[in-house]
Design a protein around this ligand. Sequence first.
Ligand SMILES: Cc1ncc(COP(=O)(O)O)c(C=O)c1O
Length: 477
Amino acid sequence: MANMLVNQDHLLSKIATNNGHAENSPYFDGWKAYDTDPYHPTQNPNGVIQMGLAENQLSFDLVQEWIINNPKASICTAEGANDFRDIAIFQDYHGLPEFRNAVAKFMEKVRGNRVQFDPARIVMSGGATGAQETLAFCLADPGDAFLVPTPYYPGNDRDLTWRTGVQLIPVVCHSSSDFKLTRESLESAYNKARESNIKVKGLLLNNPSNPLGTVLDRETLQESLNFIMEKNIHLICDEIYSATVFGQPGFVSISEIVQENPQCNLNLIHIVYSLSKDLGFPGFRVGIVYSYNDTVVNCARKMSSFGLVSTQTQHLIANMLSDDVFVDRFLTESSEKLGARHDIISKGLAQVGIGSLKSNAGLYCWMDLRRLLKEATFEAELELWRVIVNEVRLNVSPGASFHCSEPGWFRVCFANMDDETMSVALARIHKFVMQKKGVETSAKKQCRRIKLEISLSFRRLDEISTNSPMSSPLVRT
Ligand SMILES: Cc1ncc(COP(=O)(O)O)c(C=O)c1O
């Protein structure tokens, strides 16, 4: 491995030697802190608790139950072994027809069956990660850009840009309006890019949002559609968290808005999806490009050879998602569990005066620690984050890594741990805030004492100066 440290810039490609993977951002640093000292209730009770991972682990009992009750769906069981051969030799990049049908049906169900998806447009990829890159390859050339509202998922910087040479341009959203996307901010980002001679090829939305945990409302989606139609650029909607919505307002997919706008240019609309969040299977690498553009479907399908989902996984997922009873139960119970967990964490934070953005989706809270910053800078945010990781022993993610425009916001994931770990995490936050308050109170008390002493000593000085025979000539004048 020592070889890796040698500078090989002249030997290797730009991709191999640049930092496009963005692995050294604090977002990934926190993971490293967790990896070197992970929390375990008995073996390492003082270890770091992982709250930087947007994983949905709350409904695995349901999945496990289904797996046990459906042994034929797994081709490595006595009941499923008969299908092994056919599944193992299948290598068509269109994917198993039953897989595409089941995924299309599942996507419809998650959207309340208000829209239909054509299985012929379902293109596989290695997770949403692969789907984003495939779309970037299909829609843009190196140097072209996509607009992305802030704060946004840090992986976008890697997925859309690293190997494609495409760039991302932030559309700045503000906490004063709950980070709502406005036409004004879209226009401003677009115009700035144009002034720098950058060709804007599209707008990337993430609905529901990571890290905000909020859904885009109908008006914002309509406004975004109007915007991209006017500029004649693409709209990519990453709807990877669509089934994590646990409260009102409900989720509205771009597919519904498109359906309500028959005049819209369908060639510009593309959806990114994956089973990593809604089902909680990031390890399966089931990603989907759903494009309304025939040429994109065609090209993306050819590109999918570089990141196919294994047929064994397709076979299992096809069976699981075709089971309506299971899917209905999973969707209902999963969102109830996420809602309950969200309640626990947001109320737990509120108990010690920590606010978080009002949210109704996702696997995380967007926590407001602006009050705890020494000053309103990203340096201060990083300093606070280091204390939280190294002393409080929680790996949360600082807002800077999501390109948040204001320091002091942190994303805290809550669905990747059991109830006990959640309460340990909350207890640590409580202790930290109380200690900080204690320090602040004693600092305030000390400050008040110092002020009192100063004013007393001034009074004494006054007394001395007015009564003293040696009073200053200035005082006399
Ligand atoms: C908004 C968003 N898009 C895409 C991804 C990548 O997902 P996948 O595991 O399916 O590649 C993530 C993962 O955290 C995400 O949060």
